[in-house]
Design a protein around this ligand. Structure first.
Ligand SMILES: Nc1nc2c(ncn2[C@@H]2O[C@H](COP(=O)(O)OP(=O)(O)OP(=O)(O)O)[C@@H](O)[C@H]2O)c(=O)[nH]1
Ligand SMILES: [Mg+2]
Length: 236
């Protein structure tokens, strides 16, 4: 939904998920800092857990904190948390924060993954943030080949590395392309606008030339007939 979301709000959404006490709120505060207070106020009226964050490449994203990923949450709390967690599946990228110093770090990760599955968010691009590296540099969790970064939320250099990694993952998730679509194929032009963010359009003789960008996951939503007229920045 990267393309759709960017089209609607112009801003990429990143959700902090993770077991209780992993350091999500600390990271939100440390990453966004006081300098974005003005913008934060704007979001605070909508959602007090969301703050804007500027990435090293200059892109402005919205970072959202979450709660409620605890294993065996009391039943009456599940429903209450579920509604706030629902927005997780709208995110373009998840930061799964893990307290890597905890002896049950792996179990906690699995509990969070289970909730993500229940929320239909397990397929989203995810960066595992192995937090609290200052407490235990030796990590004892099986990452199963997932993208991961080891940090301490209290270390400025680590926060910069984290922001660079986020920027790199977001750009890897984005595909750019051009398409020259015959003017009479209004159906394909509509489909392009539906799935992608159209950056420019130029009328040619019997065609219109579009420049567009969209997320990898939106690629599957482009009709095969449209792909015949398109050139992507990468082959898939
Ligand atoms: N040593 C160390 N402590 C950390 C680090 N990051 C967070 N903490 C501490 O871990 C505790 C929990 O941090 P929070 O940010 O409240 O954790 P959370 O994930 O938001 O927890 P919930 O809101 O309960 O889900 C706090 O005491 C933090 O100061 C870190 O990198 N190193
Ligand atoms: Mg918190």
């Amino acid at each position: 939904m990267l393309g759709q979301r960017r089209k609607k709000t112009g801003v990429t959404q990143i959700a902090l998920v993770g077991y209780t006490n992993a350091g999500k709120s600390t990271l939100l505060n440390r990453l966004t800092g006081a300098d974005s207070l003005a913008e934060n106020k704007l979001f605070a009226t909508l959602d007090p857990l969301s703050r804007s964050l500027k990435l090293p490449g200059g892109e402005q994203v919205i970072l959202t904190d979450t709660v409620g990923f605890i294993r065996q949450l009391p039943h009456h709390l599940v429903a209450a948390f579920r509604s706030t967690l629902e927005q997780v599946k709208e995110a373009d990228l998840l930061l799964h924060v893990v307290d890597a110093s905890h002896k049950e770090a792996e179990e906690q990760m699995k509990a969070v993954e289970k909730v993500l599955e229940e929320l239909d968010a397990a397929h989203l691009p995810t960066l595992i943030v192995l937090n609290k590296a200052d407490l235990q540099p030796e990590l004892n969790v099986n990452l199963q080949g997932k993208e991961a970064i080891s940090i301490s939320a209290f270390c400025d250099d680590d926060l910069m590395r984290l922001k660079e990694k986020i920027a790199a993952m977001l750009s890897a998730e984005t595909v750019t392309g051009t398409a020259e679509i015959p003017i009479h194929r209004g159906d394909l032009i509509a489909a392009l606008y539906e799935a992608a963010e159209v950056c420019s359009s130029k009328a040619m003789d019997t065609k219109i030339r579009f420049e567009f960008r969209l997320s990898r996951k939106q690629l599957g939503k482009l009709p095969p007939a449209l792909l015949q007229f398109a050139r992507l920045s990468e082959e898939f």
